[in-house]
Design a protein around this ligand. Structure first.
Ligand code: IMO
Ligand code: MG
Length: 434
């Protein structure tokens, strides 16, 4: 079984919970994009686990692979490996030699770039991700494979400073950009990381040949994709399902199923268009009930209604087979439940998605209303988990059917709470693990 899981909105859709669930029926979990900007939370009986670089699947999988498309801070990686091993001592971790290294210099540059952008600021996570991908494509980047050689590290960092020094010059980070110290720390971390480095593209393909089941865990969300998202308010990598091929060296033709994770309301961190955004007390209530604060930065997330027009686009671009709907338990507690059904301008329906702030002007978003199903008791939730959609309150069932008919895809998973057991699994292949 080869499965890919991707977010269909702005990130934070609840991928962590779905991947944790699926990792029981997959032997290997591969993370192929992003870096410390991603953040995933998994709640188990043993506690709440927050991961950034390490896949959410690491609590249950036998092996996790951090593939070439990722950007990795090796110092932070060693901390996360330690935490993952504490939770799952038998876990095997493999890291691509080709993945790019995020250095402290890149985090300084990220902050300097945001300052330079002024009114065009993106609201990045300030973890150095953008500048690291910039260097990758500028062909000046540092790769994991370089960590063992301090001379190469020094030469590369000096080259980056030569090319981007004007940004640092005069900034408060200029004095902290001490190349010798940064090289020393990276080289130290490199010694610890070296035992995990390998040619992950060869490893993934040989695991496939041996018949192992592999789960590809996407980071971020479709609307943060550098090509198809709301550019420039996006991350610096591709995030859609097709990314997994270039970012891990595994052919997309072998992927059996793409699962798209959909939060049944929406959230977004940072700047950029959000056609169904809520403001004022309604937004505050939703943010509080849904604990919508960034896993990586702690920033309050912007929140709004589920947008079916945006969702249809995301389903198409990711070639989604099955939906995983999350946070229905949170949504039900609001005193009003809405879903955006389409965009209109001057009374005329418009197709496609809104990408630019300018396109929000004069935009009318039309909604469907659902009566709130309230806060479900644990007992009600377990009844739904055991008996399926028919055991749902009528308006909740209608809500799920509306999403399915708008996207033409059925819900394979419905998450009704943070805990693993509060998951209704409708996809028969995933029920049995076949
Ligand atoms: P997960 O994996 C939510 C957003 C940032 C910012 C923009 C660019 O947890 O779903 P960057 O630091 O990547 O250059 O910032 O992208 N962003 C995310 N928002 N969840 C994420 O990942 C995100 N990764 C990046 O807030 O607006
Ligand atoms: Mg996040």
């Amino acid at each position: 079984m080869i499965t890919a899981v991707v977010g269909l909105q702005f990130g934070d859709e609840g991928k962590g919970k779905i991947v944790d669930f699926l990792s029981e029926m997959h032997q290997v979990v591969v993370k192929f994009n992003g870096g410390r900007n991603a953040g995933h939370t998994v709640v188990t009986q043993a506690g709440t686990f927050k991961f950034h670089l390490i896949p959410s699947g690491s609590l249950r999988a036998k092996e996790v692979i951090l593939a070439n498309g990722m950007t990795i801070d090796p110092i932070f990686l060693m901390e996360e490996i330690k935490n993952a091993k504490a939770a799952n001592p038998a876990i095997v971790v493999r890291v691509s030699r080709l993945a790019h290294v995020v250095t402290e210099l890149h985090t300084f540059l990220d902050k300097c770039e945001e300052e330079a952008r002024g009114e065009f600021k993106i609201g990045t996570t300030a973890k150095g991700i953008g500048p690291t991908y910039e260097d990758k494509y500028a062909r000046t980047g540092v790769r994991m494979d370089d960590l063992g050689n301090p001379d190469i590290l020094k030469a590369k960092l000096q080259l980056i400073i030569k090319m981007k020094g004007t940004l640092l010059h005069g900034s408060k980070y200029e004095d902290q950009a001490e190349v010798d110290r940064i090289v020393r720390e990276l080289h130290e971390a490199g010694k610890a990381v070296s035992e995990y480095l390998c040619d992950t593209e060869i490893m993934i393909n040989s695991h496939f040949s041996e018949g192992m089941s592999i789960l590809f865990e996407g980071s971020h969300g479709t609307m943060l994709d550098v090509d198809f998202g709301m550019y420039p308010y996006v991350t610096s990598s591709n995030t859609i399902s097709g990314t997994l091929s270039v970012s891990s060296g595994f052919s997309f033709r072998k992927v059996g199923k793409v699962i798209g994770v959909v939060k049944t309301y929406m959230s977004r961190v940072g700047e950029g268009p959000f056609p169904t955004e809520l403001h004022g007390p309604k937004a505050d209530t939703l943010r509080e009930i849904g604990h919508e604060y960034g896993t990586t930065t702690g920033r309050p997330r912007r929140v709004g209604w589920l947008d079916l027009q945006l969702l249809k686009y995301a389903v198409m671009i990711n070639d989604v087979d099955s939906l995983a709907l999350t946070s229905l338990d949170t949504l039900g507690q609001l005193d009003q439940i809405r879903v955006a059904t389409g965009y209109y301008r001057d009374g005329e329906r418009i197709e496609g998605i809104i990408r630019k702030n300018d396109d929000l002007k004069g935009l009318e978003v039309r909604y469907a209303e659902f009566s709130p199903w309230g806060k479900l008791s644990d007992e009600d939730i377990m009844k739904i988990v055991e008996n399926g959609i028919e055991a749902m309150p009528p308006s909740m069932k209608e809500f799920v059917r509306t999403i399915e008919s708008a996207t033409g895809r059925s819900a394979g998973f419905i998450s009704l709470g943070n805990r693993r057991e509060k998951t209704l699994v409708l996809d028969p292949a995933l029920k049995s693990g076949a």
